[in-house]
Design a protein around this ligand. Sequence first.
Ligand SMILES: Nc1nc2c(ncn2[C@@H]2O[C@H](COP(=O)(O)OP(=O)(O)OP(=O)(O)O)[C@@H](O)[C@H]2O)c(=O)[nH]1
Ligand SMILES: [Mg+2]
Length: 215
Amino acid sequence: MSNKDVEIMENIYSENDRIAERIQKSLHEQGIYAINVMGAPGVGKTSSLIKLIKGLNGVKAYVIEGDIESDIDTKKLKALDIETVQINTGGACHLDGILIENTLNDLGLNEPGVLFIENIGNLVCPAEFNIGENCKMLITTVAEGDDKPYKYPLAFEKAAIILLNKIDLLPYLDFDMDYYIRGIRVLNPNAPIIKVSAKTGAGFDEVCEWIQSRM
Ligand SMILES: Nc1nc2c(ncn2[C@@H]2O[C@H](COP(=O)(O)OP(=O)(O)OP(=O)(O)O)[C@@H](O)[C@H]2O)c(=O)[nH]1
Ligand SMILES: [Mg+2]
């Protein structure tokens, strides 16, 4: 990358951070706690949101769904009466501040609660952009392999909480739990790592307690 390219990238990041701060302030004033949900395609982001929103009984929940194409996840959530709006990036691999700011009005946040923002399925780019969230939640799975913290460090480093999903599949896989956790701890000494299954519901009580303690 040339010096000019580096300068342009720095400007993009700092402009995005400025917008993200504005979103954060506005959400805070409205009593909204925002969680940026990151993870590779198919790790169970939408399935986990469904479990979490059910578990956060009594807390008003809103969702922004980020996808490159389609409104499949939004339809799934709306069928469960969860207030959801869709963002389609049409190719971009992550959500950014402008996209979120332009979408918030469509959500009509009318009471305090929690806003889950399901980022584009991608273990790399979403970690680079703040979108006005209070914290980042990373979802990984036993099916992706135990080496992911070593290969895709930034998402693990930035996460305030890490869910290891699909633990119901552990009997069928060679997943070295110690190796996985050691890889995370080098990058991120403190984030809780919670083993969950969005299929059986295991582990989600603990995640809900963590969210409520942060709100
Ligand atoms: N066995 C098992 N399957 C799961 C679990 N969680 C999700 N799945 C399945 O994994 C697939 C993907 O789940 P989604 O919730 O759509 O994943 P996602 O991360 O939202 O996917 P994208 O939005 O496409 O990136 C679906 O077939 C789910 O039923 C789990 O804990 N165990
Ligand atoms: Mg999804």
